[in-house]
Design a protein around this ligand. Sequence first.
Ligand code: KG4
Ligand code: ZN
Length: 368
Amino acid sequence: MSDLLLLGIETTCDETAAAVVRRRGDGTGTILSNVVHSQTQDHAEYGGVVPEIAARAHVEILDHVIERALRAAGLGLPELSGIAASAGPGLIGGVIVGLTTAKALALAAHKPLVAVNHLEAHALTARLTDKVPFPFLLLLVSGGHTQLVAVTGVGEYTKLGGTIDDAIGEAFDKTAKMLGLPYPGGPAVERAALKGDASRFALPRPLHGKPVPDFSLSGLKTAVRLEALKIAPLGEEDVNDLCASFQAAVVDILADRVRCALRVMRERGLKPHALVLAGGVGANQAVRRVLHKVAADGGTRLAVPPPELCTDNGAMIAWAGAERMARGLVDGLDVSPRARWPLGEIESAERGATERGATGPGVTGPAD
Ligand code: KG4
Ligand code: ZN
C-alpha cells in the first residue's frame, strides 16, 4: 500500500490543534508537523473550560493553525491523501468548528474526509510512537474520561471498566481548585506533590480490590476537602502535603485497577502486547512510574506517548485518520458532530465499512 498523508484537526476541548502525519504501507508513521494552540489563558480566570469561549477561540485561530501545520510539513492541500478531524466526543461548539472546517477543506480539495473519535485517537497514538500491535490494554485517563479498554483492532474496543463518578483528570482539576492552585490542575498538583509529604494524610482508595476494574473518585475528592477544612487556613506546606497525599492515593488506585483489568483481559483469552497509557493524566510522572511496574509485573510493558502526545493534539487525529483510511474507513460529508460518542459505538473494518460502500483511494485490506 502506498503512503498516506493525513491532515488532522482537533477542537473538542480547549486545544486548537492541527498536524500532518505520514503513514507508510508497512503501518509505521512519522509526524511531519504538530501545531497546538492552547487556550489555557482564555479560560484560566474561570478555573475551567468555558464552552462558548472555547468555540469562539477555535473559530478565530483554526485556519491559522492549519496553515502553520501545512507549512511546517512543507505540503499543500493537493498533496494530502485525506483530511481527518475529531467528530466527538467533546464540547459540541468546538467539535462543529473543527469538523465543518475539515468538510470544507475536503470538499474544496477533493479529498476524503475521516471523522475521528477523539478517544480512539488517544487509543491509537501508541501505535504511532511505539508500534504497539493488537491486542493491548488501554488506560485512558483525561479530564473527561477514565476508562480501561481491551483494544483488539482499529475500531474494536471492549470497555472493561470506567469511572462511576468523576474522571481522574477532573479530580486533579477539582483538587487544585479547592486548594487554590492554578488551572489546569494536573500539572499544578504534580508540582506541589513533589515538595509534599504523601504520608501526612490518610486518604481512601475507593473500590480497591473489587473484581471489576471500575473507578470512583468523588469520595477521595471529598476526603481531601474534609482534611483541608480541618487544618484551614492552609499554608504552602499543607497544600503540598495534601497534593502529595492525593496523588499517592490516585497512584494506588490506578495500580490496583489496572492489575484487575490485566487479569480480566487474560481471563478472556487476550494476551496484551502492552499497557497503553493515554490522555492528559498520562503526562504525570508518578503515574507513569507506577504503571511501568504494574505492566512488568503483569508480564507486559508500558507504552506511553511523550507528554505532548498524551494531551490533546492534532497528530493523534491525523494518525487515527490514517489508520482508519488504510482500512477503507472514510466518511461522507454528511457525517454529524457528536457531543457523546462512546468507544463501543465506533465503526470498524469488520462492522460495516463495506456495507456503506466507504472506500478510500489506495486502500487495501486491514494491515493487522
Ligand atoms: O487529554 P486531555 O489533554 O484533555 C481531555 O480531557 O481530553 O487531558 C486533560 C486533563 C486535565 O484534567 C489535566 O489536569 C490532566 O489531564 N493533566 C494532568 C497532568 N497534565 C494534565 N493530570 C495529572 N498530572 C499531570 N501532569
Ligand atoms: Zn483528550
